[in-house]
Design a protein around this ligand. Structure first.
Ligand SMILES: Cc1cc2nc3c(=O)[nH]c(=O)nc-3n(C[C@H](O)[C@H](O)[C@H](O)COP(=O)(O)OP(=O)(O)OC[C@H]3O[C@@H](n4cnc5c(N)ncnc54)[C@H](O)[C@@H]3O)c2cc1C
Length: 532
């Protein structure tokens, strides 16, 4: 890498990172033909059949597609370091995720506004942005839209085990819910997915590629941004490396940082924006002392009973040439499964107004990010804690941008989190004994007994709980102490620099985070257009 920049060019807006938010911001900004927009992505193009194939998402982990992050040793998980997959390619994690389309609860967004001072981000404010993207195949009306660019469809493959679990949940008293993004999240049903005709539909498909038709829009892949340039308190450009060469881009409008919840705080810190003492430890000049950068890390932990099955199949056993040809020809069959097929939203205890547990039923033994070859046919009924109290952090390990930062999600550091997920997992084990699902259980796998008590669940979760891939909060939006960006997403203390990605969520919503991050991208583009 040369220290003297080799080339310079100029754009109105530069967006760093082509993920769920960055891809949307860039494409929407480029709708104005007068505005020159550059999108920089560290990873390559998203050309690979395993990206398109829903069932294949976990085969991308720990490959060239993955940033290959691991957490620091987790105190409450017996010191284990956990793998944190994150996509490094066009589309970011929308090209790697499990495609479940969920928005979260009304209360989540009202809380952003009321508890964090994120004025303009209450549910009624953000709903139009969810609708703007959504192209729902089945659902319409005031809470849905059918003609947005983000295809959302009913599943084209559902394993009988996933259907059976929903029936058992209904038999246990949960109501059937065919729209988890409707009036209420509560109940049990099948997940809708961001797919088109049984193939993944990422933001690269929905937003970036269509925008590439425009002559005012440029995308550069394999462009790793190492620094944001600031001059007199204003962002004036970015430095990136590509194939061993360093480049500088000058910006006349705004820089939008959309590197995700790990990379965005890292890049702010490398650029001199972050907790002053920590930056000085690494010899970085402090341009803006912003103590909240990298703090407030939240993630949804997940874990739950796994059973060995009989009288049925395992999704992993369906990876045959015949099914591959079927999926290629029709977008149907087991390879169209997104693995987390059915589920539920429920309470871990009495007295809650909104659910704190989300359920994912996967017709296979999904352990350690699905990286273990299943030796016997199994099914996972995972409890995911969607209301977390623990707070972790991202810290630099080095001022060298190629070093991974330290990632500490602090899983279960707050005892309430462990109590809630244990109670949730216990409820799932009771539901799972009911017919018809119970008939498919041959033996318990995790925990080792069929009717485990709290202590057995706790010990299993300390061994096997893992990420549900939803880190947020590390450049939190708001007006309270510790917030990093304002409600207009502009970084406090800097002009011409906004952050738009999952890192700005002051608190993680109840549910998967792709649609909420796309919504943030939509709103960021409007905020920039309005201020211009
Ligand atoms: C395995 C997995 C399964 C998931 N399943 C679901 C699901 O089923 N449903 C759901 O709603 N959500 C799911 N999620 C979560 C969801 O996909 C993410 O929350 C969302 O994509 C985050 O978007 P983002 O814009 O914040 O970051 P990302 O999408 O990660 O985008 C960041 C982009 O910036 C690039 N980048 C980073 N640093 C730099 C740099 N220095 N220079 C240039 N480029 C850079 C990255 O390569 C990446 O492309 C899942 C995530 C994963 C990983």
């Amino acid at each position: 890498m040369s220290s003297t920049p080799r080339s310079t060019d100029t754009f109105d807006h530069v967006v760093i990172g082509s993920g769920s938010a960055g891809g949307v911001v860039a494409a929407r900004l480029a709708e104005d033909p007068q505005v020159r927009v550059l999108l920089l992505e560290a990873g390559p193009d998203d050309e690979d059949e395993m990206i398109k194939m829903p069932v294949g998402f976990s085969t991308l982990f720990r490959t060239k597609w993955d940033w290959n992050y691991r957490t620091s040793g987790q105190k409450q998980l017996e010191g284990r370091r956990k793998t944190w997959p994150r996509m490094k390619a066009l589309g970011g994690c929308s090209s790697m995720n499990a495609m479940i389309y969920i928005r979260g609860a009304r209360a989540d967004y009202d809380e952003w506004r009321d508890a964090y001072g994120a004025e303009g981000w209450g549910y009624d404010d953000v709903l139009p942005y969810f609708l703007r993207s959504e192209g729902n195949q089945r659902l319409d009306g005031p809470l849905h839209n059918t003609d947005g660019p983000l295809h959302v469809e009913d599943r084209r493959y559902t394993h009988p085990l996933s259907e059976a679990w929903v029936e058992s949940a209904v038999a246990s008293g949960l109501k059937r819910n065919d729209d988890f993004n409707g009036e209420s999240q509560y109940g049990t049903g099948l997940y809708q997915v961001t797919c088109k005709d049984g193939r993944r539909w990422s933001v690269a498909d929905a937003f970036i590629r269509p925008a590439m038709e425009r002559s005012n829009f440029e995308v550069r892949t394999e462009a790793f941004v190492t620094r944001i340039l600031l001059d007199g308190g204003r962002a004036t450009g970015v430095v990136y490396t590509s194939r061993g060469e360093e480049h500088v881009v000058r910006v006349e409008g705004e820089v939008v940082l959309s590197g995700g919840a790990i990379n965005s705080p890292q890049l702010l810190m490398l650029s001199g924006i972050g907790p002053g003492a920590h930056l000085r430890e690494h010899g970085i000049d402090v341009l803006v002392d912003s103590p909240g950068v990298g703090q407030n890390l939240q993630d949804h932990p997940v874990g739950g009973p796994i059973y060995y099955t009989h009288k049925t199949t395992d999704l992993a056993g369906q990876l045959s040439l015949r099914n591959l040809l079927r999926w290629r020809a029709t977008g149907r069959g087991p390879l169209a499964s997104n693995v987390g097929e059915s589920g539920a939203f429920l309470d871990s205890r009495d007295g809650l107004n909104d659910p704190d547990i989300q359920v994912f039923v996967a017709p296979t033994g999904f352990i350690d990010n699905g990286e273990h070859e299943p030796v016997r046919s199994a099914v996972t009924v995972a409890a995911c804690l969607v209301r977390v109290e623990s707070r972790g952090q991202i810290r630099l390990r080095s001022a060298d941008p190629t070093w991974h930062p330290e990632i500490d999600p602090a899983y279960f550091d707050d005892q309430r989190d462990l109590d809630a997920i244990v109670a949730g997992a216990k409820t799932l084990s009771e539901i799972s004994q009911q017919k018809p699902f119970g008939d498919f259980i041959r033996a318990p796998w995790m925990p080792e007994t069929l009717d485990p008590d709290e202590a057995e669940f706790e010990s299993a979760l300390r061994r096997l709980a893992q990420t549900l891939y939803h880190p947020v909060g590390t450049c939190a939006m708001g007006t309270i102490e510790g917030s990093v960006v304002g409600p207009d997403l502009t970084v406090h203390g800097v002009e011409g620099l906004r952050v738009a990605d999952a890192s700005v969520m002051p608190r993680v919503p109840r549910g998967n985070t792709n649609a909420p991050t796309i919504m943030i991208g939509e709103k960021c583009a409007d905020l920039i257009k309005e201020s211009a």
